[in-house]
Design a protein around this ligand. Structure first.
Ligand code: GDD
Ligand code: MG
Length: 352
């Protein structure tokens, strides 16, 4: 069985982080996001190949994952000449498939049991099976109405507040029968959510819902990107590198140099080559990427620092994301959900 990972979006809501790093490989701690998804797909013995559907900065992603040999399944790349939208991308990547295929949005992290979804798809002899998950506010997602027998009755992408009739949304995980791809036009941008799913409802296809209320998140905004790190650190989502960790939950690489007069407060993560100077206070919920440097008396909490960041003496970084090779000047304050793009420099005493 094959799985198509839709990973060609531009990641606009994660800008400026995604200007130089495509969304599928933004780091979660020290690993690219797709690693976590591939791990989930690998747990399904039936899935022997992952087709990565890309168009934005594909080279970087190919270099990182190769043919998948080190990750226990085979990876193939399909690069669209132009973005074809979620439906066009499925058509382009799955054109010659004949068996049921798993389709997965490339920005979703979840602990779902995919085997169970595939089983339901088969039991119901479905044309399409979609995973639904409850959220407090469906307006940023695809709202899905079902009947008592878990058949999909309506699909409204990005509903207006007035259209909200349920808290169940499309989790971005499907099992599809390729015979339905003939309704997707070739080589034009086409949305699986706005066109393909509504068309299945309209023509009475067996379109089945699998409701999942375990851990699920779309990492596509800075808030959610911060949230997913907190969830892993606090054990709401069991995953490396914090899986099974109890106690102070301070994870520091062996090459990190922390001054004895600095304070680390868990949960926190210091990657290879990080330096923390005397009087600095790092954590809770701080992630300092490779070769980061936190100077004397600086304060870093509830934040993610990508590799090679430097936080000057007495500076504060709280509830913020700091891109690669940024320099936060001494006594500067960066807070309130600020997101600094790669190589930003903040002059000493700046307030952001
Ligand atoms: N190959 C390819 N080509 N991939 C694409 C394209 C494209 O043109 N456009 C988007 N994608 C990929 C994105 O990279 C992402 O992994 C996935 O398709 C979904 O796109 P998003 O842009 O993240 O959509 P969304 O989050 O607003 O909404 C989607 O996901 C929600 C769940 O997170 C929809 O599927 C909603 O219905 C759903 O609720
Ligand atoms: Mg998304």
């Amino acid at each position: 069985m094959k799985a198509i990972l839709l990973a060609g979006g531009r990641g606009t809501r994660l800008r400026p982080l995604t200007l130089h790093t495509p969304k599928p490989i933004v780091p979660i701690f020290d690993r690219p996001f797709l690693d976590y998804q591939i791990e989930l797909l690998r747990r399904v013995p039936e899935i022997d190949e992952v087709i990565l559907s890309l168009n934005y900065q594909p080279r970087r992603i190919e270099e990182m994952f190769g043919d998948g040999a080190g990750r226990g399944l085979s990876i193939r790349y399909v690069v669209e000449p132009v973005p074809l939208g979620t439906g066009g991308a499925v058509k382009y990547a799955g054109d010659r498939l004949t068996d049921s295929v798993v389709v997965f949005n490339g920005d979703v992290l979840t602990a779902i049991d995919l085997d169970a979804v595939i089983r339901l798809h088969r039991e119901r002899r479905a044309t399409a099976t979609i995973v639904l998950t409850p959220v407090p506010d469906p307006t940023a997602y695809g709202l899905v109405e079902t009947d008592d027998l878990a058949n999909v009755r309506r699909f409204i992408e990005k509903p207006d507040p007035s259209e909200i009739t349920t808290n169940l949304i499309n989790a971005g995980i499907y099992v599809l029968e390729p015979e339905t791809f003939d309704r997707i036009p070739r080589d034009v941008s086409w949305s699986i959510e706005r066109s393909y799913f509504p068309s299945l409802v309209e023509d009475g296809s067996t379109f089945v819902a699998y409701v999942y209320d375990g851990y699920w998140i779309d990492i596509g905004t800075p808030e959610k990107y911060l949230q997913v790190h907190r969830d892993i650190m606090d054990g709401r989502f069991e995953a490396a590198p914090f899986k099974g960790l109890t106690g102070d939950r301070i994870l520091a690489a062996s090459t990190a140099r922390v001054d004895p007069a600095a304070r680390l407060e868990g949960p926190c993560f210091l990657d290879e080559g990080v330096t923390v100077k005397a009087g600095a206070h790092v954590g809770p919920h701080a992630i300092v990427g490779r070769q980061g440097r936190i100077d004397e008396g600086a304060r870093v909490s509830a934040s993610i620092l990508w590799p090679n960041a430097r936080v000057g003496a007495e500076a504060t970084v709280q509830d913020a994301i700091v891109g690669r090779s940024c320099h936060v000047g001494r006594s500067a304050i960066v807070t309130g959900g600020a997101v600094l793009g790669d190589r930003s420099t903040l002059t000493d005493f700046s307030r952001l």
